[in-house]
Design a protein around this ligand. Structure first.
Ligand code: NAD
Ligand code: UDP
Length: 340
């Protein structure tokens, strides 16, 4: 059984990926400080897979502890690095915190991997590395050096840290996956997105509004140059995102990678406006959502959409689940998590 270390594995995308890794026969070791997740994600993973991954509540900033954990798992073949802070607006208010957590944490991890002799790394990057581009759809040929928020800069520099760690031979090869907008939850409704505090992202805000936890959804901007005036994003199902990690891992393990560090966009290629997401949620779940329009959110662009053909070609991956699947599963999870 091949062992994979997963940082951020109790988090939203991490937990879905752990489920698929276990399903593919990998042994999983999770490192997470539970800053933005709950240990109960392990219960969900166990219910779905019948297996409980080994879990260490360790902060990546705690180098000594991290080293101790990595030293126990020198037989791991790969590390998938999800752990980071991820709220764009918050990163503008507390940029140093974001840089410390995301970059110092990642530097600790990458250096630690050298002594653990882990051969392969997969990094959670983001569409935010492309910044406020108007060139659509976005291909990997667009420079990934245009991030505008501290969060985006931490992802852009994160990709550069991978290159630096390759120079220092901390590991042998890596893939950065640049996600667009993952939403939805596992089909079992046993794991999903459960952000601590007020959600920043659209889908958890919608589900919390439907659950009565938030009074109303605020739609940021109705004067964008889009068909209905609200901003367009490339949403894809979190289970499809998880599958891409397994495919990327197999590419590295089978030595199929064409460079020591490759990067792939993960998107569906479909653009949906905020209003279309709201309406799809209402329709699929027979719910009326309470919403108001407000000013544009600072830093937002009118439209972001991926060209994911490189991932299709090289990873053999496509986003398969529909928008209806995404909004239905998101609500099923929220209801179950809140006991509704
Ligand atoms: P999440 O917050 O649910 O998961 C991240 C996990 O990392 C959390 O469980 C948190 O407790 C942990 N963590 C954070 N800092 C840590 C530290 N210093 N030490 C140990 N653990 C730490 O977020 P997610 O949505 O699952 O995102 C996973 C990754 O994907 C992140 O790197 C994020 O930036 C990236 N990403 C997410 C999205 C999205 O829309 N969700 C889009 C693009 C990229
Ligand atoms: N959005 C919104 N209300 C919210 C949260 C988000 O109107 O409460 C909009 C946001 O302005 C953007 C889209 O929904 O146009 C997706 O935002 P999200 O934060 O989920 O992802 P981003 O694309 O910013 O990474």
């Amino acid at each position: 059984m091949q062992k994979v270390i997963v940082t951020g594995g109790t988090g939203y995308i991490g937990s879905h990926t752990v489920v698929q890794l276990l399903g593919e026969g990998f042994e999983v070791v999770i490192i997470d400080n539970l800053l933005n997740s709950e240990a109960s994600a392990l219960d969900g993973i166990e219910k779905i897979t019948g297996q409980r991954p080994l879990f260490y509540q360790v902060d990546l900033l705690d180098y000594a502890n991290l080293q101790d954990v990595l030293a126990l798992h020198k037989d791991a073949v790969a590390c998938i690095h999800f752990a980071s802070l991820k709220a764009v607006a918050e990163s503008m208010e507390r940029p140093l915190w974001y840089y410390r957590n995301n970059l110092n944490g990642m530097t600790n991890l990458l250096e630690g991997l050298r002594s653990a002799s882990v051969e392969h790394v997969i990094f959670s990057s983001s569409a935010s590395v492309y910044g406020n581009t108007t060139v659509l759809p976005i291909t990997e040929a667009l420079p990934a050096r245009n991030a505008v928020s501290a969060y985006g800069i931490s992802k852009q520099v994160g990709e550069e840290l991978i290159d630096a760690a390759l120079v220092e031979a901390c590991f042998g090869s890596a893939i950065s996956l640049r996600y667009f907008n993952p939403i939805g939850a596992h089909s079992s409704a046993l794991i999903g997105e459960l952000p601590k505090g007020r959600p920043n992202n659209l889908m958890p805000y919608i589900t919390q509004t439907a659950a009565g936890i938030r009074q109303q959804l605020t739609i940021f901007g109705k004067d964008y140059p889009t068909p209905d005036g609200t901003a367009v994003r490339d949403y894809l199902h979190v289970e499809d995102v998880a599958t891409a990690h397994v495919k990327a891992l197999m590419r590295l393990l089978n030595g199929k990678n064409e460079a020591a560090h490759e990067a792939f966009n993960l998107g569906s290629g479909n653009g949906y406006s905020v209003l279309e997401i709201v309406q799809a949620f209402e329709r699929a779940n027979s719910i009326k959502l309470n919403y108001v329009f407000a000013e544009r959110r600072p830093g937002d662009v009118a439209e972001l959409r991926a060209d994911a053909s490189l991932a299709v070609e090289k990873l053999g991956w496509t986003a398969q689940r529909s928008l209806e699947d995404m909004v239905r599963s998101a609500w099923a999870w929220e209801r179950k998590a809140r006991g509704l």
